[in-house]
Every structure is written in structure tokens, then in C-alpha cells.
Design a protein around this ligand. Structure first.
Ligand code: SF4
Length: 66
């Protein structure tokens, strides 16, 4: 499982941080950082984050690589 964030779209709203705080976090309050290859048990929360993002910047890839 891989998590991609399009930082050109991301407006640092932080909705993903609320949805999946173990995967997404803010550095210095405006710069988003995240776990690129989070553990499988985070999937449900990441899906919530994907839907919560107002600009649809988050892509979740699941499949063969994990
Ligand atoms: S919810 Fe979307 S816009 Fe907001 S910080 Fe997360 S990725 Fe960026």
C-alpha cells in the first residue's frame, strides 16, 4: 500500500491529519508530511482521509507492492 499526495493541490487544510493521524501530520503547521508506505491496518483511516480531502490531493494505491 502506498500513499501519494499531490502537494500542488494540497492546501494544508489538515483534514487528512484528523482522519488518519498516524499517517499524516503537519510539520511547522503548514507543510504536510506523511508515511508513504503505511501498515495495512491504516487502510480504513486512509480511505477516510482520501474522502475528507477537499481538493482530492490524496491517492491510495493498493496491490502487488504491499
Ligand atoms: S486534507 Fe488534502 S489539502 Fe488538506 S492537508 Fe490533507 S492532503 Fe492537503
Amino acid at each position: 500500500m502506498r500513499v501519494l499526495v499531490d502537494l500542488n493541490r494540497c492546501q494544508s487544510y489538515g483534514q487528512c491529519v484528523f482522519a488518519a493521524p498516524d499517517v499524516f501530520w503537519m510539520k511547522q503547521e503548514e507543510s504536510l508530511e506523511w508515511d508513504y508506505q503505511p501498515p495495512a491496518e491504516q487502510e480504513e483511516k486512509i480511505i477516510r482521509a482520501v474522502h475528507a480531502c477537499p481538493v482530492r490531493a490524496i491517492t491510495l494505491q493498493t496491490g502487488a507492492d504491499r
